[in-house]
Design a protein around this ligand. Structure first.
Ligand SMILES: Cc1cc2nc3c(=O)[nH]c(=O)nc-3n(C[C@H](O)[C@H](O)[C@H](O)COP(=O)(O)OP(=O)(O)OC[C@H]3O[C@@H](n4cnc5c(N)ncnc54)[C@H](O)[C@@H]3O)c2cc1C
Length: 435
């Protein structure tokens, strides 16, 4: 049975750039686009900016250094986010942390120089950055659908659901930072979920935080897979623990089942913690409001970042950022719960080309963050937050350039894009890395 439901929408505004999703990528995209003079919308379905770092309580920011933890390879808006959060007393700069330590749950590999942060301080810092940049911030606003012009293949209008009902907006360039490539899928751009070979997405995890911990007594990682990352100030920890397998983050029924299963696991993880030295008196201080989702849809862009690009450290002509974190691919099979993640070593530094942000078929759509065009294993690295901020900043700059020069994102001058990003502190290629 079907229902043909039609109605007229108010087109509220025509923006230069519309960014959908206010996670690490979306915030960076909106801030960068607005700072470059674009009339910018940032629409976020929840009441919080920060994405997984806010609603799912995920943290710390994984390393922004190279593979071996020697040189910092991410800058720009990521640095500002850390500074602004630290100014609220809610973050420790990565230069001041090292591993193994309580900040890394005593893990060393790929974990040198993480950034511990407090989620509320982060959310408040991000509010300030977006508002000061002048973007039009709309929380409690979900993107529902895209109206695509059949003639030129571009998105003509975006349909939103807000507290007051449905409305529409137009934008020269749309940046999909939903983490699930929701805009790309609605607009008919090619996407795939999980592994490009049909493997299910990486499992999710329900994060929570505890306080009342005796830091001095905490001297070794809790029993796997439970990990405890000390928060700024000490005595309190973010807990990453069991996995929820086979969840489709673009399907509410699947997310509902996964969320219910994840919440139950919090109590199992608390039991493990109570048997861990230092955590005997730990109390649950807060739990996430949603299941943490590691992987969903990927866009099929002009280029698909390959595992071999990460292992060989490919430097692309249109490279917009550098990264060195390992391919953190959690087992997709419940039988492998507790097994290690980093199977393949990456080069000390690799780069991400702009082409991975450009959708193949929809002329005015870019993507940033964890849903960019990358093989699933490679996405195990680029999905962590410093890289999402870096691709977000690049997408925001590119979207503003395209809109203000009246061209499409695939036609912008990438040399100009790279020099613009450099002038805003981004580390776009290995030559930019300070010793
Ligand atoms: C369990 C787990 C552990 C992790 N551990 C770490 C870690 O220790 N360190 C680290 O750096 N990274 C970690 N990550 C990875 C990281 O948190 C995410 O990959 C990253 O947040 C992705 O950023 P993003 O901006 O692409 O998307 P997200 O953070 O997913 O943000 C997407 C945003 O879009 C919004 N949105 C979605 N759909 C719509 C819509 N239709 N309309 C409007 N808004 C919409 C969402 O509400 C959300 O705010 C972890 C992830 C998980 C799940």
């Amino acid at each position: 049975m079907t229902l043909d439901y039609r109605r007229k929408f108010e087109i509220r505004h025509r923006y230069d750039v519309a960014v959908i999703g206010g996670g690490p990528a979306g915030v960076a995209a909106a801030v960068e686009a607005a700072r470059n003079g674009a009339d910018t919308l940032l629409a976020e379905s929840s009441g919080l900016l920060g994405g997984m770092a806010a609603s799912a309580l995920v943290g710390p920011f994984m390393t922004c250094y190279d593979r071996d933890g020697n040189r910092k390879v991410v800058g720009g808006i990521f640095d500002e986010i850390v500074e602004r959060t630290a100014a609220l007393g809610g973050a420790i700069p990565p230069s001041e942390t090292d591993s193994p330590s309580r900040y890394t749950s005593f893990i060393t590999r790929y974990h040198r120089h993480v950034t511990p942060f407090d989620s509320f301080a982060l959310e408040t810092a991000l509010d300030g950055m977006v508002k000061e940049a002048g973007a039009d911030l709309m929380l409690y606003t979900s993107f529902c659908d895209a109206v695509v012009n059949e003639g030129n293949g571009k998105i003509d209008a975006l349909i939103f659901s807000s507290l007051e009902g449905l409305w529409a907006a137009q934008a020269d360039v749309v940046v999909d930072c939903t983490g699930t490539a929701a805009v790309a899928a609605a607009a008919g751009a090619p996407t795939w979920k999980g592994g490009e070979d049909g493997a299910p997405p990486q499992p999710g995890t329900y994060f929570f935080e505890v306080d009342g911990v005796n830091d001095e007594g905490y001297v070794a990682r809790p029993k796997a897979p439970v990990k405890a990352y000390m928060l700024p100030g000490g005595g309190a920890y973010k807990i990453n623990s069991y996995r929820v397998f086979g969840v489709d983050a673009a399907d509410s029924a699947s997310m509902t089942e996964g969320t219910v299963a994840g919440r139950k696991q919090v109590f199992k993880a608390l039991d493990v913690l109570h048997g861990t030295p230092g955590f005997e008196n730990a109390r649950l201080s807060q739990a996430a409001s949603m299941l943490g989702v590691r992987e969903s849809r990927h866009i099929r862009g002009k280029y698909i970042l390959k595992v071999s690009d990460l292992t060989e450290g490919t430097v692309f002509d249109d490279s917009i950022c550098c990264f060195g974190y390992g391919m953190d691919v959690h087992p997709r099979d419940p039988g492998l719960e507790g097994k290690g993640n980093f199977k393949i070593e990456v080069a000390p530094v690799y780069t991400i080309p702009y082409r991975c942000l450009v959708t193949e078929t929809v002329g005015n759509l870019l993507a940033a963050g964890k849903c960019i065009s990358a093989e699933s294993q490679a996405a195990g690295s680029i999905r962590v937050m410093p890289a999402c901020v870096a691709t977000g900043q690049a997408a925001g700059a590119a979207a503003a350039m395209a809109s203000l020069s009246g061209t499409s994102p695939s036609r912008i001058d990438t040399e100009k894009l790279i020099s613009l990003l450099r002038s805003h502190g981004a580390v776009t290629c290995p030559a930019d890395i300070a010793d």
